[in-house]
Each structure stands twice: as structure tokens, then as C-alpha cells.
Design a protein around this ligand. Sequence first.
Ligand SMILES: Nc1ncnc2c1ncn2[C@@H]1O[C@H](COP(=O)(O)OP(=O)(O)O)[C@@H](O)[C@H]1O
Ligand SMILES: [Mg+2]
Length: 252
Amino acid sequence: MQIGEKIEYFSDVSEIFHSGDDHIIKVYHQNVPRKIPLRELHNMVAACVLNLPVPRPDQLFEVNGRTGLRMQYINGYTLLEIMGKDPSTIEAAGAEMADHHVRIHSKSGQGFPTYDLRYNAVLSEFADANPAEGGEIRDLFNSMPGGTALCHGDFHPANIMLDGSKSFVIDWLDANAGPIEADIARTLMIIDYGGGEKVDAQSRARLRGSYLSRYMDSCSAQPNDEHMKNWYKILVELQSYMKSVRSRDVTK
Ligand SMILES: Nc1ncnc2c1ncn2[C@@H]1O[C@H](COP(=O)(O)OP(=O)(O)O)[C@@H](O)[C@H]1O
Ligand SMILES: [Mg+2]
């Protein structure tokens, strides 16, 4: 297996290396359970079968006790990098995100893990640690209607890559079958808070506006606004609880 130069990128889950001219390898850190790369490979294969624009997965292998996932190299930049270099592209990036998201949500999530698996453990932990707030969030979660659409699970501008005029959605680890409102709410939360103080409020507002209006204009199954607001509240509270106890749960 050819392992080439590292692609500079900070992550607490993996490192990315070139592998030949046409591939990269995502090498997961030693402490990451093997079910994580297995799940990512499974989700990528399933997304390819659905004809979604995903880097073609190649194979899993072991390197010094770590697992590597080899996949097609997308020779380009993420939407986050592109917007950072040229803020005039923010509106186009929001529209590009929405087009991908609508297409993903139009597919069935059958064969993907269900959305509740991702949250059950942390909801219980939060409710045990803080019965008032955590209990309220768990009750709100339990009151929300489920869903069976394909959801990406971590859909944001650093997980979309442009190669010339083609664009691809990467990072399928958290893909699930669930309610689209939860997936949209997560994207909105990341637009609103992701990246910390480096991102200014006006840029966030522009991206949110262009993403949401394009999504609403082009989606045939209109998302329920109240459900989206409830999901937003649930996800913000869970995120802030998780941040208070650990930087990121890599065992999920
Ligand atoms: N198939 C790919 N081709 C080229 N670069 C990639 C590819 N997959 C990931 N990368 C690069 O690695 C970074 C992290 O990859 P990602 O799968 O999103 O990992 P993480 O789970 O750590 O967010 C991306 O932002 C991108 O810069
Ligand atoms: Mg990513």
C-alpha cells in the first residue's frame, strides 16, 4: 500500500495521506475503535450505490495497528477554504450546499444506522448528570417524530469539496436514516457556531440565508419549521453538554 505525503489537516479522529496520484488514505488514530472506519466504509459504499457524488471508496487495511480507508482523491478545495479565500463566493457556496442536501434527503436511508443510535447514550448521560435540563432535552427528543430519509449527519462547508466544476460530499461517518429536520438543524448549528471566533457574524448570516432559502425553494418535501427549531435546540444543548465533559466523543 502506497502511503505518501500527509495532507495538512487537524482532526482528533484521523490523518489524511496521499496514496498514488488518484487516491488518499484516511488513517484513523490508534484509539478509534475499528467499528468507526468500518461504518464509514459501509456508508460510503451505500451512498455510491445511491449515485450520490461521493469519493469512490477503495479498501480498508491495517498500518501499525491503525486502520486506513483508501478512497478516490478529490483534487480541489473544500467550500470552507474557497469561501475563506474569496468571501464573494459565500452565496454560491450556500446554494451548492443546499443542492447537495436536497439530493441526499431525497434518498431513502434504508440500510444506514438509525439516527437515534447516535444520541441515546449522550441523552441518558446528560439527563443523569443534570435531571432538569438534560431531562427536558431527552423528553423533547423523545417527542420528536422519527424519519427514514438519508441524512449526512455532519453536513457543513468543510465536508464538501470542489474539483473544477464537479463537487463531492465527503466524511460519511455519521450518515443515518432519520428526520431531515434534524440534519438541517445540525447544518444550521454548525453555520451559526462552527469555527469559533475566526468566522464573522455577517459571513455566517449570508451563508445561512443562501443555504436555507435555496433549500426551501428546491425541496419537494417541505421540512416542518417547528420540528427544525426543536431539533436545533436539542442539538445545541447536546453539543454544549458534550463540550463540557469531553472535546469530542470518538467512540460514538
Ligand atoms: N477524498 C478526498 N480527497 C481529497 N481530500 C480529502 C478527501 N477526503 C478528505 N480530504 C481532506 O481531509 C479533510 C478531512 O477529511 P474528513 O473526511 O472530513 O475527516 P474528518 O472526519 O476529520 O472531518 C477534508 O477537509 C479534506 O481537506
Ligand atoms: Mg470532515
